[in-house]
Design a protein around this ligand. Structure first.
Ligand SMILES: [Zn+2]
Length: 384
């Protein structure tokens, strides 16, 4: 099948987070058709990661591992989310960019490479994971699955740019409890909203560490105060306040460090002893303790390794232009490959990530083709 046919097939299989079984089983059979050994792994109840490997002569770890998430966000208001519509060099559909195109490019690259009936020196591997859009249970399970490789490629959309790292993200909930009193005698109460705002201002005014990346420049973490709730009525001293932050982290920063910094800031505020402040990692869709505990960490490719510059050169040759090297303010699952598995990894995939999660999600077909060509070369580069 062509890469376009592959992606249309994948779009037509709905796979909203939590409902990845059908697409996992489809990928299992598709990779088997290509001659790969496959394994389904139950990463959450009735939800399966799919691992596929084409064995090389060398039976140690694979030369390259392509990683893609199978789940998508819901269709929301998207018309015809699962009937891929091709028009003007684009294909529309839920998951077209995020990120069935990346998976389709992998399948096509495998098919093309394996049709030559060469036996590679090193094995070629793919992992499709569940739950990327929520609790990351699929990528969390890679460690238990014993996943390993010389190098990793995260196939999320990069607009064919060369992603060498991502920020981490800590969803922080600050809960403040004070004491209510009548609004005519505020001195008898302890106002939780006022304290919450003061503490928020304090932590947001603190200078966050700067991380310098050679060839890119300085990057810095950030705080976004996304939501604030509190109080009961205008004439009652507010006895509670909840503030949600999206704290982004640069390499070297940790989730525990973020919580610790907020705790320290709170201790310097001179608040009344009656005020109770809780700081926790909380996201409305996170109910699974292991992900709260681990968090979503920053990650960066080890650029000192010679294969990285070789890989960049190869990408540029295939693309016919110099692909930009970048570090994203966003987050992606290269975190798990780099930080949990110790696999040096880049992110490179087809499509414009600005289209992700929108009602106007479409993929540029030319990028899909070019990315497939790059993946084919990547297979030869790492596995021959
Ligand atoms: Zn994605």
């Amino acid at each position: 099948m062509t890469p376009l046919e592959e992606v249309k097939k994948l779009i037509a299989i709905p796979s909203v987070t939590g409902e990845e079984e059908e697409i996992a089983r489809y990928l299992e059979s598709r990779f088997q058709q290509l001659g790969c050994k496959t394994r389904l792994y139950e990463a959450a109840k009735n939800r399966y990661n799919i691992y596929a490997e084409y064995p090389g002569r060398d039976k140690s770890r694979p030369g390259v591992l392509f990683h893609g998430h199978m789940d998508t966000v819901p269709p929301y208001g998207m018309p015809n989310p699962y009937s891929p519509d091709v028009n003007n060099g684009r294909v529309w559909g839920r998951g077209s960019v995020d990120q069935k195109a990346g998976i389709a490019a992998v399948i096509s690259a495998f098919e093309d490479y394996l049709s030559s009936s060469r036996t590679p020196e090193k094995s070629i591997a793919f992992i499709g994971v569940i739950d990327e859009e929520s609790e990351h249970r699929g990528s969390m399970a890679m460690k238990e699955m014993g996943i390993d490789a010389d190098f990793g490629i995260v196939t999320e959309p990069t607009d064919l740019k060369f992603g060498i790292g991502c920020k981490g993200t800590a969803p922080v909930l600050l809960s403040v409890k004070g004491r209510a009193a009548h609004g005519c005698r505020p001195w008898l109460g302890v106002n939780a909203v006022v304290a919450g705002i003061k503490l928020a201002e304090k932590i947001m005014s603190e200078e966050l560490p700067i991380y310098t990346i050679e060839g890119i420049g300085d990057v810095q973490g950030s705080y976004n105060l996304g939501k604030i709730e509190g109080g009961n009525a205008y004439n009652i001293v507010a006895d509670r306040c909840a503030i949600w932050f999206d704290r982004r982290l640069t390499p070297g920063e940790t989730q525990a460090g973020v919580v610790e910094d907020i705790r320290k800031a709170a201790d310097t505020m001179g608040f009344s002893d009656e005020l109770k402040i809780d700081i926790e990692i909380a996201r409305p869709d996170w109910n699974w303790p292991p992900i709260k505990e681990r968090g979503l960490l920053p990650a960066i490719t080890d650029m000192s390794r010679p294969e990285v510059s070789g890989l960049k050169k190869l990408c540029d040759e295939v693309l016919g232009f110099e692909s930009r090297v970048y570090f994203t303010d966003g987050y992606n699952e290269m975190d798990f490959l780099i930080n949990d598995l110790g696999i040096n990894t880049i992110q490179f995939g087809p499509g414009d990530s600005a289209r992700c999660h929108t009602d106007d999600e479409y993929l540029d077909i030319e990028q899909l083709q070019k990315c497939t060509d790059v993946y084919k070369k990547i297979i030869s580069f790492f596995c021959e």
